[in-house]
Design a protein around this ligand. Structure first.
Ligand code: DX5
Ligand code: ZN
Length: 217
């Protein structure tokens, strides 16, 4: 198997056809779906919430849903997202006063727990929570919009975590595609989120194959 899993971010997809867009990306070889939730508070943009996830779940019964919660007070939506069929709940360190409580509630709701950190945030902040986390998501753009430029200065955070934790799932999100996946994988990321580069590609199957060939070589 491949060292990395690839999860499309469907922000830049045709959202009026969300289920079909996800299916298209799953058929192209995606390993999971990275679903970007924005609330207009934590980030200056809006997307969708648990009612949409609940409608999507029966259309894609087998697909792993990672919810990337770019929202203030992430504890608020844990139960609704679990009920909607989410598999992993990735909240932001910067968004909550109580990461420990947030992680505990996510686990109690039966989901995997992920913690995201924005580009200006030091990677060391995740260390007290590592034992309870299933995944750390390193942002390589400031969250809010798809199609932004990859911030390479964030890559050493991935390397720092991988050197300390051999088995931790480390995700990378923002500006990742065929041109930037190599440095992410070399640094030790194993969950690769790709939005505009993959979703906007005329042949997503070829794009995924290209990315896998790069990381597996
Ligand atoms: C950033 C989101 C993303 C993202 C990915 O706000 O969390 O998941 O935009 O899209 P690309 O790959 O286009 O940066
Ligand atoms: Zn995201």
């Amino acid at each position: 198997g491949s060292c990395c899993k690839i999860g499309p971010s469907i922000l830049n997809a045709d959202l009026s056809n969300l289920a079909a867009e996800c299916q298209r990306l799953v058929d192209a070889g995606s390993d999971y779906m990275h679903l970007d939730v924005m609330d207009g508070h934590f980030v200056p943009n809006l997307t969708f919430g648990h009612p949409v996830v609940k409608c999507l779940r029966p259309k894609l019964p087998e697909v792993f849903f990672e919810m990337h919660m770019m929202v203030a007070a992430p504890e608020r939506w844990i139960e609704s997202m679990a009920d909607a069929g989410a598999d992993m709940y990735t909240f932001h360190y910067e968004a909550t006063e109580d990461p420990v409580g947030c992680i505990r509630k996510i686990k109690e709701a039966g989901m995997k727990a992920g913690m995201g950190i924005n580009p200006p945030t030091d990677v060391e902040v995740v260390l007290p929570y590592i034992d309870q986390l299933d995944c750390v998501l390193i942002m390589t753009v400031n969250p809010g919009f798809g199609g932004q430029k990859f911030i390479a200065e964030c890559v050493p955070k991935i390397e720092f975590l991988r050197n300390k934790f051999r088995n931790l799932d480390i995700g990378v999100d923002g500006g990742v595609g065929p041109k930037t996946i190599q440095e992410c994988a070399d640094a030790g990321a194993n969950l690769i989120v790709s939005g505009s580069a993959l979703v906007g590609h005329e042949n997503p199957q070829e794009c995924i194959a290209t990315m896998r060939a790069i990381v597996d070589s």
